[in-house]
Design a binder for this molecule. Sequence first.
Ligand code: 5MM
Length: 341
Amino acid sequence: MNLTELNVVATAMVASGKGILAADESSGTIKKRFDAIGVESTEANRRDYREMLFRSREAMSQYISGVILYDETIWQNAADGTPLVKLIEQSGAIPGIKVDEGTQGLPMCPGELVTVGLDKLAERLRKYYERGARFAKWRAVIDIGSGIPSMTAISVNAHALARYAALCQAAQIVPIVEPEVLMDGDHDIDRCHEVTSRVLNKTFQELRVQRVALEGMVLKPNMAISGKKCARQASVEEVAEKTIRLLKACVPAAVPGIAFLSGGQSDEEATAHLNAMHKLGPLPWGLTFSYGRALQAAPQKAWSGRPENVTAGQNAFSHRARMNGLASRGEWQSSLEKKAA
Ligand code: 5MM
């Protein structure tokens, strides 16, 4: 393992003004997204959609540091035969790959999940590196509900995240470590803060036990935020203040960067939260976005599967990427959204 090189890649992934496009929807998830815009989820349509994103010159060259791909996408070629990975590299962004294989029910823990995919991971990483991937992603899912999460679920998911991260670094690939505490319930922001704190502490404990070099990884956490069904929705300032307090308490400064998931927040909320956190600096790590839905909802709608809408889709993507790029410097204002509309 060359830690200096891993650190160079991790630092580039969270460069100021840029963030990560999470385009790694598995087949089931992208089908749901396409259903919502009336597009059939065929291999060709998935390719055309992602090619549209990766050819968005403004977004990709100025605001996107890296793209997380799904296995199908990393092997696909654009319509003119250019590998999609090459399009990403040509724009100056770094290709990455989702390597977890989804979740399974956790035995003895009703309603809880464990992420799987460690078998043969070393071999898969070697092939992904040859294809151009320089970072990877593994997502653990922790739900908040009555009596959950259990310490069992937190512990096995943290263990798997650390096993994955160590295998990545041995393969010269930067691991994005994503322990996602879902925002689906009716819990309040303080309960989210408390659960996320337990999850992050256990994750970093496992990373240390398994000798993962913190300088060569990126953390992808949820924000401390109210559950979607909670009657009291915390303000932007409260989310920013509680998230930064949480991260300062749990994430060592040796970690080069933190790139948030959006988790079901609206596009503008996700941008406003990131922006507000930068008002609370200086911060010990790079702090940016690794959004899926909050970057892609607008371009999906604008594109709607029609070739004549490709430019509209690219404009919508570039707008969201620009807004989040500004937020990653604390330079976003809501008036910029209205101006574009
Ligand atoms: C893009 O969605 C990713 C893959 O999800 P599935 O394996 O369920 O298809 C997902 O891991 C994503 O990278 C993160 O959740 C961040 O995306 P959001 O939409 O929460 O910003």
